[in-house]
Design a protein around this ligand. Structure first.
Ligand code: NAD
Ligand code: TDX
Length: 331
């Protein structure tokens, strides 16, 4: 099977390429990635001899058309992915996430190629901290940020192309990922690399917001399961019952890294900051054989800390740039 992975030099996309290369060695994988600030092509070093990397944008209709025509499956990870950046400069989010997805859809429609579209739980908006409910596939989209609005827009385009043009596609919306190779602008790697540099963790607002953490390998195993066992036209929510407040994540990191429990700062909140995300992944678990393998957040974080400790050259330049942006944003 010839598989085109858009955004395959980013955090989750590169994890997918590595995981699929290990679990499905017969797949021929091509990565299409614009190599933005968020890309780390070095993440693909272990598979450079067997994976083709094409530098280009999903917004380029001719390139997308040519690559889609040459593959049997497209797994569409490419996106601008960081909420804080979307609040600062929304246009790249509209361009890549909406226009880019439109280009992919049109190419898939022309060539009959199977598509799996990667989305996020953030398209459903947020839940109150004291609301016991969780998102399901039936929850109406209600995005809060420019980032999540562009992801919800892309999802609506995919669903319309399924209904109107019968393209062979599936969608998945996953909760917050953590693990190796995540860009240091994101919450967990920002705090790990900060602590390694002797900088106290920075919690937005009161630190009480809740995210539903899942290990990146569990996400990518679920994507493989949906590709192989999912029903065309369907959306699947991916989550591993990992709800944890940001304060509790920082408490785990401080404990694992030998710092006092009160060694953090509360900083300016993110405008429009979603309170809580929570995923009900019963449908995925009922229709495929997928189960999360990482069920212990403390152990997963310990391994992630080790990875950042051992890969400073992978993250150092990006850290300098990310902190320059955060200091301008006052966070
Ligand atoms: P990331 O920012 O680490 O990687 C995104 C990749 O896409 C980068 O390699 C970047 O160069 C590439 N890219 C950006 N614009 C492009 C363009 N125009 N053309 C081609 N490539 C382009 O993001 P991530 O965290 O790995 O997220 C990947 C996908 O998973 C996104 O669609 C995101 O919405 C979704 N998602 C992320 C999470 C999470 O917790 N990080 C959770 C659920 C869903
Ligand atoms: O320094 C920080 N301090 C802090 O308290 C940072 C960077 C974040 N936070 C908070 C904001 C969120 O409540 O931590 C939480 C997680 O923040 P992010 O890592 O920026 O993730 P989030 O905004 O939840 O979005 C992530 O999950 C869904 C990904 O970035 C998205 O791509 C994905 O769709």
């Amino acid at each position: 099977m010839r598989v085109l992975v858009t955004g395959g030099a980013g955090f989750i996309g590169s994890g997918f390429v590595l995981r699929a290369s290990e679990r499905r060695p017969d797949w021929q994988i091509t990565v299409l990635d614009a190599l933005t600030y968020a890309a780390h092509p070095a993440s693909l070093d272990p598979v450079t001899d067997r994976v083709d990397l094409v530098k280009g944008s999903v917004t380029d209709p001719d390139l997308v058309d040519q690559l889609v025509a040459e593959h049997d499956v497209v797994v569409h990870f490419a996106a601008e992915s960081h909420n804080d950046n979307s609040l600062d400069e929304p246009w790249p989010f509209v361009d890549t996430n909406v226009i880019g997805t439109f280009r992919v859809l049109e190419a898939v429609r022309r060539h009959g190629t199977r598509l799996h579209h990667i989305s996020t739980d953030e398209v459903y908006g947020d839940l109150a901290l004291d609301d016991p409910s969780r998102f399901t596939e039936g929850t109406p989209v209600n995005p809060s940020s420019p980032y999540s609005a562009t992801k919800a827009s892309a999802d609506l385009l995919v669903r319309a192309w399924i209904r109107s043009f019968a393209i062979p596609a599936t969608l998945s919306s996953c909760s917050n990922n953590y693990g190796p190779r995540q860009h240091v602008e994101k919450f967990i790697p920002r705090q790990i690399t900060g602590i390694l540099d002797g900088v106290r963790p920075k919690l937005y607002g009161a630190g009480t917001n809740v995210r539903d953490w899942i290990h990146v390998d569990d996400h990518n195993d679920a994507v493989i399961a949906i590709l192989e066992q999912g029903r065309l036209g369907e959306t699947y929510l991916i989550g591993a019952d990992g709800e944890t407040s940001n304060r509790d994540v920082v408490a785990l990191l401080l404990d694992l890294m030998g710092k006092p429990a009160d060694w953090f700062d509360l900083v300016n909140d993110r405008p429009g900051h979603d309170l809580r995300y929570a995923i009900d992944s019963s449908k995925l678990r009922a229709e495929t054989d997928w189960q999360p393998r990482y069920r212990d957040l403390r152990a997963g974080l310990a391994a992630t800390i080790d990875w950042y400790r051992e890969h400073e050259s992978w993250w150092r330049d990006a850290k300098v740039e990310a902190e320059r942006i955060y200091s301008r944003l006052g966070r």
